[in-house]
Ligand binder design. Structure first.
Ligand code: X5A
Ligand code: ZN
Length: 677
């Protein structure tokens, strides 16, 4: 199963604001036009599968709205201008037009078509470019440019027609989708995550229930997660931090069967509503990080986004990631700001009793919810450098246009013994011939780094590794897999060659026990070793042993390690290549976790990965590695339980050891520490 759907109909550009209203003028037809034009001009639209848009039926709209509200909206095409204006008056921050009812039905219909095509396996994922947006609209009300709640209806529809029990809605729009929250507040089958500009309840829609303590009710308690941004100017680091610290741990524990994104791009730089500083490229990464959930079933639905340049770029980044192109390198990843850390800590604290991924967090709230704070108390670690002047003209903000993300002609190349060739997934190119091109280089590297690699077969294998690295360097392929006789020696040789010719920094993720002969002193190699026995003599800040008592066998522990330690380090390190190595002692049971790891690591180094597998790792491992390297979603791990407490302790010890060196590790200080300031 593959393919990406793009659902769009230019009919949805045919309504607009007919009177003067400074609040609503930003929601204009051009938003959709520029987004679609950008997808066309970058050649992305034609790579997607397109489907004609249908109107939603009344029955479908009634899944989330009342009969009275539907009947009222249904009359709007027949109203005069004055009548439209006064109809509009009963709602907040929204406008009506004679054609908006038609467009609102198409927006819901487009979203449902996306869900149908993903759920029936006609495509793997997709995006619906729609207007009007949906996430603010409520059972009985239009609100915030929204008429019908496209994504809420989609979730209810998916539950009903596909019998789903777990749906994740990720709302990265800069406004709180209160309409979605209200719809699923008591429903544990729909997990809603929203981050939003909040500024202690002073930013629209200024609701107390948007704060971090709005966490769902009754059976739905814990299934609503609000992450309020109390400052503007949030960056890529803050967004990544929120995903790694809050959303992804919960999402992996929840194990959704379908992921829906309320994709508003008013959270990107240049937006007149959001005033945030995250670059369009971040949406490529946020998308990527969600693509290994729910077996890749991901539906992205447009919400806000009002800077036309930033919007179009962000839409392109998102769709290009859905299509599987390599993600761009994020530069400048480091510490989240004080305010972001505080919000994250508060969310973790209130959700501790609902999600075992937060069990280990030993802190309680660092600040009261906004409703309980006194108005004067705004000296919450006031860091004026981060507080942007709100009168800044967002139109004047400039940023670099995202670089093209070319995909090599062949994504994955593999060198495996003949008897395993048949295990390689379709599309994975097999490099059959032993390359003679690199014999001199191979001998040199062996003499310098692997003196005891004496036999002829090993030298030939080393030549193959070098030739794969050269193909990566020449951009003929994106990644490769080689089965090797001695993974320790080969990692060392591969890293040496890569540093000499391919990039400045290499991330090595080594799964297995033993001492890896790698020099990590100069900061050019970051070695993260997932093992079950503590390796000896670890001194360097660039060697991070992650000691898990059951190795890869306990998925909850591995995911915690990957999200809480490996990925923060990796994103901040910013490698040009990832060398992923599987030592001996792996078993068939490790395959799903290894696949997830391989998929997640594709977000680093523009997807350039060299996977070195110990020769006897088994055909399932070979095949699964090939699948993940090709960009197919890793199979989901099932709902996760609590990570083992000894593993949590080991992770915490590493975090303590490393946190002064790595900004993105910054986390949950102890309560006493934070009260001391
Ligand atoms: C979908 C969306 C924003 C409404 C802002 C009203 N709505 N001030 O981004
Ligand atoms: Zn918005």
């Amino acid at each position: 199963m593959s393919g990406t759907a793009l659902i769009y109909d230019d009919e949805m550009t045919r309504y607009k604001l007919l009177w003067t209203d400074p609040t609503c003028e930003i929601e204009k037809p051009e938003r959709l036009m520029v987004s679609y034009e950008a997808l066309k001009s970058k050649g992305l639209a034609e790579r997607c599968e397109s489907f004609t848009v249908r109107e939603a039926t009344e029955e479908e709209i009634l899944l989330a709205h009342s009969k009275e509200y539907l009947e009222a909206v249904k009359q709007t095409p027949h109203l005069s201008l004055e009548e439209l204006m006064s109809f509009t008056q009963q709602y907040s921050d929204v406008y009506f037009h004679p054609n908006i009812y038609h467009c609102a039905k198409l927006a819901v219909g487009a979203t449902l078509q996306l869900v149908d095509n993903v759920m029936t396996g006609k495509v793997r994922n997709g995006m619906a470019l729609v207007r009007p947006p949906g996430h603010h609209s409520q059972r009985n009300a239009a609100n915030g440019f929204c008429v019908f709640n496209n994504v809420a209806i989609a979730a209810l529809y998916a539950k009903k027609h596909y019998n789903l029990n777990r749906i994740l809605i990720v709302d990265w729009d800069i406004h709180h989708g209160q309409g979605v929250q209200y719809c699923f507040e008591e429903d544990p089958s729909v997990l809603y995550f929203s981050w939003h500009r909040y500024e202690h309840q002073t930013f629209w829609p200024c609701l107390a229930e948007s704060d971090y303590d709005g966490m769902g009710k009754g059976k739905g308690a814990g299934f609503n997660i609000n992450l309020p941004w109390n400052k503007v100017g949030m960056t890529n680091s803050d967004y990544l931090y929120a995903f790694l610290q809050v959303l992804l741990p919960v999402a992996y524990e929840f194990d959704p069967e379908l992921v829906l994104i309320c994709a508003g791009f008013d959270s990107a730089i240049g937006d007149p509503e959001g005033h945030m500083c995250a670059s369009p490229e971040i949406f490529g990464h946020l998308t990527h990080l969600l693509m290994s959930l729910a077996n890749g079933r991901l539906c992205v639905v447009l919400e806000g986004g009002y800077n036309l340049t930033s919007l179009a770029q962000s839409v392109c980044q998102t769709v290009q990631t859905l299509l599987g192109d390599p993600t761009p390198i994020l530069t400048g990843i480091g510490s989240p700001c004080h305010s972001a850390v505080e919000s994250v800590q508060n969310v973790q604290a209130v959700h501790q009793s609902h999600w075992s991924c937060f069990n280990h967090i030993t802190v309680s709230l660092v600040s009261e919810p906004s409703t309980k704070r006194s108005r004067k108390e705004d000296g919450d670690g006031e860091d004026t450098t981060e507080t942007k002047d709100k009168t800044d003209k967002t139109e004047d903000i400039v940023w670099a246009e995202p670089l093209p993300r070319p995909a090599p002609p062949v994504r994955t190349v593999a060198v495996v013994p003949t008897e395993l060739e048949d295990c390689l997934p379709e599309g994975c190119q097999h490099l059959g011939e032993i390359s003679q091109l690199y014999i001199e280089e191979a001998k040199k590297i062996r003499n310098d780094h692997a003196r005891d690699m004496t036999n002829e077969k090993s030298l030939q294998c080393l030549q193959n590794v070098l030739s794969v690295l050269e193909k990566i360097r020449n951009k003929e392929v994106c990644n490769g897999m080689v089965l090797v006789p001695d993974v320790f020696a080969f990692v060392s040789c591969a890293v040496q060659h890569a540093l000499g010719s391919l990039c400045d920094r290499v991330l090595v993720v080594f799964v297995g026990d033993g001492n890896i002969p790698l020099d990590t002193q100069d900061g050019r190699v970051l070695l993260v070793q997932i093992c079950s026995k503590e390796p000896e003599g670890v001194k360097s800040h660039y060697h991070v042993p992650v000691c898990l008592s059951k190795g890869l066998c306990e998925a909850a522990s591995v995911i915690q390690a990957v999200l809480g330690l490996l990925l923060p380090l990796a994103y901040e390190f910013g490698p040009g290549l990832v060398v992923e190595a599987l030592g001996d002692g792996s078993s068939k049971q490790d395959v799903p976790v290894w696949s997830q790891l391989t998929s997640l690591l594709q977000g680093l180094g523009q997807g350039r990965t060299l996977a070195l597998l110990q020769r006897d790792c088994g055909s399932e491992m070979v095949s699964a590695t090939g699948v993940s390297l090709l960009g197919s979603p890793a199979p989901s791990l099932g709902p996760l339980g609590a990570p083992l407490s000894e593993d949590v302790e080991a992770l915490e010890a590493q975090r303590q050891r490393l946190k002064s060196q790595w900004g993105l590790l910054l986390k949950t200080e102890s309560r006493t520490e934070s009260q001391d300031k």
